[in-house]
Ligand binder design. Sequence first.
Ligand SMILES: N[C@@H](CCC(=O)N[C@@H](CS)C(=O)NCC(=O)O)C(=O)O
Length: 207
Amino acid sequence: MTTKLVIGDFNKSSWSLRGWLALVVADVPFEIIKIKLEQSDTRQRILQYSPSGKVPALLLDDIVINDSLAICEYIAAAYPAVNLWPQDSRIKALARAAAAEMHSGFTNLRTQMSFGLNTGDTPETLTAETQGEIQRIFSIWSNLLERSGSKQFLCGGFGIVDAMFVPVVFRFRRYGITVPAYLQEYVEQVLAYPPVQQWLKLAAQEV
Ligand SMILES: N[C@@H](CCC(=O)N[C@@H](CS)C(=O)NCC(=O)O)C(=O)O
């Protein structure tokens, strides 16, 4: 079976990063088809592969999975030994809820603190709504760490829930958000995680 992942720029596409991480962490061999975002032909180029007009899209022989969380779910199911979700069903439910909240929410944070690793302006002040969302993320992380008893990632080994929040860790770093001391170690482990470093390297090499 051929596996291809259609993504946007490494510097710009936070949703691509999430899907890409699932494949890399599960050690799936795949090819990348990269489409430059924010160009006059971007939409037309993405539509050649992804019916939603969005990236990432995972191209398998006979289907296209055109959503980051669905890609993560597919990889978790296809490679169960990697444990991309926690094994404990209650912790897994909490991890899924956190991943879903990230996937569907935090619109103020995503708008005011754009993902661009090397692009975009830095807002002078963050709105109360954005600050509230940052506090909510701290609370999600601390709850998962406490409930799972993990000293590493949110629920033990690096999983989908961590992948969903990697772009947030990048944003906190880029916008100088002070992370509470009890979450500092988590953030450092995420930034030091080899696949995360690999993405940052690819982003740095991108013209
Ligand atoms: N819910 C989708 C969102 C995907 C999304 O918004 N992708 C952006 C890039 S990060 C995109 O394709 N933008 C292209 C465009 O709007 O032209 C997912 O989780 O995959």
